[in-house]
Design a protein around this ligand. Structure first.
Ligand code: AMP
Ligand code: ZN
Length: 277
């Protein structure tokens, strides 16, 4: 199915966003987030770009330049948040020193930092939702990685709207901006084809930080072992199996005592790594 049609259908079926809302798209500069930004703009949504400069040397510089040009060319406002100004460090120091002390490694650390910064800044920008570029391959990887970690239930709030459905539908209000994934059912290979066909002037390489991580290893053997149909079955089967289970974690969401952002524990994962900023 055409990727633009599939995005429109996913938005409608899961009530991901409305034309009257302010949609903030989290931009890494890669093919997924660039494509979803382009498609949402084309579909007539009020999109704004939000990019975190993680300080990954030339990698970040090129992505920043590309997104600035892309957003200017498509008449989309772009906010770039400087991680060093925001938390006092670039991502490499956080991963190599701070997170390591807590026994945390790999893409998990980056995920915690990004979520915290994105939530804070999207709220500042008046966002109704944050869009990320996660695709079907990412989601199938999550299911299998949780399975292999021996904790398949970790992913039970999974869906095109994180938490299973939009928070307002669950009556929860917090310092939290709902995250949504319009590419949830689109295989990575289709996104790649779309971005290349459109001739997006971006980097198509993988994040240099992710090399050798659990996620990249999983991606590698999955690519060898299965096709797009299998990934869809993994994701659909999992969502069906956990239907009706309480979304996410049973612990009630509350405000972190250190930073005030949404948290499951007294102190949020971000503050546990970075400390109070
Ligand atoms: P990743 O965790 O790198 O696979 O990225 C998943 C999604 O998170 C991307 O599709 C983007 O929507 C978002 N994202 C990743 N890196 C950044 C960044 N530096 N700034 C803003 N959003 C990002
Ligand atoms: Zn905190």
């Amino acid at each position: 199915m055409d990727i633009e049609v599939r995005v429109r259908e996913t938005i409608e079926k899961y009530g991901l966003m409305k034309k009257s809302e302010r949609i903030v798209v989290a931009l890494s500069g890669g093919k997924d987030s660039t494509s979803v930004l382009y498609i949402l703009k084309k579909l007539g949504y009020d999109v704004h770009g939000l990019m975190i400069d993680l300080y990954l040397g030339e990698w970040s510089e090129i992505h920043k330049k590309n997104m600035t040009k892309f957003c200017e060319g498509n008449d989309i406002p772009l906010m770039v948040v400087d991680l060093k100004k925001e938390i006092g460090q670039g991502i490499c120091f956080v991963k190599a020193v701070l997170a390591k002390k807590k026994g945390l490694t790999g893409c998990t650390v980056c995920g915690v930092i990004k979520k915290w910064v994105l939530n804070k800044w999207a709220r500042k920008m008046g966002a109704d939702v944050i869009v990320t570029g996660h695709n079907l391959d990412d989601e199938a990887q999550n299911v299998l990685m949780n399975y292999l970690k021996g904790n398949v239930a970790l992913g039970k709030g999974m869906g095109p709207a994180t938490g299973g459905e939009r928070r307002e539908a669950r009556g929860e209000k917090l310092n939290f901006v709902q995250r949504v994934k319009p590419l949830f059912f689109v295989p990575e290979a289709e996104v790649l084809r779309y971005a290349k066909n459109k001739g997006f002037d971006i980097l198509y390489d993988r994040c240099p930080c992710a090399l050798g991580t659990y996620r990249v290893d999983t991606r590698g053997w999955m690519r060898e072992a299965m096709g797009d149909e299998d990934k869809r079955k993994i994701v659909d089967g999992f969502m069906e199996a956990v239907k009706g289970m309480k979304a996410g974690d049973e612990r009630v969401a509350r405000e972190c005592v250190e930073c005030g952002e949404v948290s499951r524990d007294e102190v949020c994962s971000f503050c546990k790594i970075v400390g109070c900023v």
